[in-house]
Design a protein around this ligand. Structure first.
Ligand SMILES: *Cc1c(COP(=O)(O)O)cnc(C)c1O
Length: 395
């Protein structure tokens, strides 16, 4: 049996006529830069995330870059973030001339550890206040501990840029004025940065991204940043770039957005099924550590996107051998991410490599992402778990 890590064909087959219609509409309009398709999607995404504004950007990476540039973060500044994420989180910090300051992650969620965020901020207060932003990443589709992170950020007056690239629609309990409400990724910090890379839960037919915010002034600055800092046209009080979302992508994404919650639900259903299958196979607590849905048991979680499972990531011994075995048996899987950011060669000599983040490094050494996309059928899930059981049985 073949179980690909991700197969976009069934989703395309279901939506093909609508997608072709949307693309044709843009082509026939001859309006190829921004325009009503982009504005329409911006409004819908802002509404979906619970923010005042959405700004279409060329990618998730450019959303992060535009956020940092709009905050005028650069040389001499530090940005507090996690070492266990996709490269773009750090790459954009370096590209504006700032330096990442890493703290370790929590073992349960793989997300930045708020206790260590608190420590880093306290230390920074005595070291000249160089931290100019915090970028928590909602890894694999589950929100970081935003209650604590935004409380700390407010205390220190530091903006929070949510890297929500993997987490559109993901919700977490959030305390406001003494009451607990559920809030969506991208609505709790100053802004949220989203990616429409084809493998994300809401993926385009190419690159695309979005920045959400409820801060009107910041929205205006980002709007100018994505268009070379021009305001009005040909007058540049600041330097921006060409970070605009393509209207063809916006038109396709508008079609797909209608189905997003049903896809989240299907991914969650697959995750529950995996949990049962792994337990029944006697693998849990033995060889396989399942991903923890940290908000699943908070009351009301059932009606909420407490996890959108952009990835279903298990921790296993002999990970590389298991990965090879699965691939040989037709099961697609991937390592997100094999090398922590503080160990990346592009950082150059010493400084970072000497640091150690044991939880992140342990995750990098033992994590494996399994197929979780919505259209998987039960036999495929059964086959994945059965193949993993075979591997460990033979040892
Ligand atoms: C995908 C991703 C990005 C970058 O998004 P692109 O659209 O590919 O530029 C940034 N951060 C994280 C955590 C991601 O998963």
């Amino acid at each position: 049996m073949k179980v690909p890590l991700l197969d976009l064909k069934p989703q395309l087959a279901a939506l093909r006529p609508q997608i072709l219609e949307a693309v044709t509409r843009v082509i026939d309009s001859t309006g190829y830069i921004l325009g009503p398709e982009v504005t329409g999607l911006e409004r819908k995404i802002a509404q979906y995330c619970g923010t005042g504004y959405g700004l279409g950007l060329s990618s998730g990476t450019d959303a992060l870059l535009a956020a940092l540039m709009s905050l005028e973060i650069g040389q001499g500044d530090l940005v507090l973030t996690t070492p266990y994420t996709f490269f773009a989180t750090m790459g954009t910090i370096l590209r504006v001339g700032a330096q990442p300051l890493f703290v370790d992650i929590e073992p349960e969620s793989f997300n930045i550890d708020p206790d260590q965020v608190a420590e880093a901020l306290a230390t920074d207060r005595n070291n000249g206040r160089r931290i100019k932003a915090i970028i928590p990443v909602h890894l694999y589709g589950q929100c970081a501990d935003m209650r604590r992170i935004t409380t700390l950020a407010t205390e220190y007056s530091i903006p929070v840029i949510e890297d929500a690239a993997q987490a559109i629609g993901a919700e977490c309990p959030y305390e406001e004025k003494g009451a607990v409400t559920w809030r969506r990724a991208g609505s709790m910090g100053l802004c949220g940065c989203f990616s429409f890379f084809p493998s994300k839960n809401l993926g385009g037919i190419g690159d695309g991204g979005m920045l959400t915010t409820s801060d009107r002034h910041f929205a205006e600055v980002v709007q100018s940043t994505r268009n070379h800092g021009a305001e009005p046209k040909y007058y540049h009080s600041r330097v921006g770039g060409n970070f605009r979302l393509d209207p063809i992508q916006a038109a396709v994404l508008s079609v797909k957005l209608e189905y997003l919650d049903s896809w989240h639900a299907a991914r969650r259903r697959n995750a529950s099924r995996y949990r049962k299958l792994f337990r029944d196979a006697g693998l849990v607590g033995n060889a396989v550590a399942l991903p923890q849905a940290v908000y699943a048991d908070v009351p009301c979680a059932d009606q909420h996107n407490h996890h959108i499972y952009n990835q279903f990531v298990i921790l296993v011994p002999e990970r590389d051998k298991l990965r090879q075995y699965l691939q040989e048996h037709g099961v697609g899987c991937e390592i997100y991410y094999p090398l922590c950011l503080h160990q990346q060669e592009c950082l150059g000599p010493e400084q970072y490599k000497r640091q150690s983040f044991p939880v992140a490094q342990q995750a990098a050494a033992s994590s494996l992402a399994l197929p979780i996309f919505p259209e998987l059928v039960d036999e495929q899930l059964v086959y994945v778990v059965e193949t993993i059981r075979e591997f460990y049985q033979a040892r």
